[in-house]
Design a protein around this ligand. Sequence first.
Ligand code: PHE
Length: 340
Amino acid sequence: MENELKALMDKALKEINNCQTSSDIEAVRIRLLGKKGELTASLRSMKDLPEDQRPLFGKHVNEVRDALTQAIDKKAGELNRIEKERRLKAEAVDITMPGKKQMIGGLHPLTRIYYELRDIFVSMGFSVMDGPEIEYDKYSFEMLNIPKEHPARDMQDTFYITEDIVLRPHTSPVQIRTMLSQKPPIRMICPGRVYRSDDVDATHSPVFNQVEGLVVGHGITLANLKWTLDAVMKEFYGENTKTKFRPGHFPFTEPSAEVDATCAKCHGKGCGVCKGTGMIEVLGCGMVHPNVLLNCGIDPDEYTGFAFGMGLDRLATIKYGITDIRLLFENDIRFLSQFK
Ligand code: PHE
């Protein structure tokens, strides 16, 4: 049995030496020294020895255990060190390498235009309201005094989802929603995406962006409307900008007007953009029709209001001299990066 013990020790030392990784050595540790390990088995076989030989054999087994434990610990320490070094080398960061160049983005020209306009209106005490792009026909037309037979309701102009639900063709339904949920005084703008069944060309897109606005209160007059929009245009296009109010027609305002502003390209001299007139149409507006106020539960004998609407895309093309509206939607980085 002493010979077996010696053989076990020699074999074990060889195994320990052959270990390549720390998991190898842990496996050997369990196989040799574990509860079901080979050395424990030899200790158990001691009972087959004559009683007087047992203490000496036990002592030898313990010596072997100590020797193997030491050998394993030593080897495990070595392997751990080698593995750690290898890991550190593999994960090393070369701090002398040049950094990656970051592209710094900019705001989209439409977003810029919107922020500029919003800031102007907010500085005048307007709040910003939001509404759904998928909207009731009722809020988009009916309550805005647009009768059933009005051409704007035609399938050729409006995207219908069902008979009662449309992709909003303007942001005016947000004004209806505001009047239904708030009591005057009201002073709000509603920016957002709108949809009309137009073919795409240099000046048309089935999806575009509006900023509309509404003021309702005691004693609001056409003079307030004119002053407000003139002030906004001067702030937006520059202080030398002039505005011209021409009679217009919208079912939801009475009287209605269309507003031209000094051409931002030629500053009124006349150019290709303004077709030689020096002025360019920028928005529609008017005094809120009494029927619209009534539809929203506001007494037109007590309150009056004005409303206006402008196309952001149009304002952007005028301001930046962009000749094709499609550039605003194509997201060509060569175009967009000019606006940083
Ligand atoms: N809703 C109109 C449009 O989409 C714009 C407008 C709003 C005109 C308010 C007058 C008053 O064209």
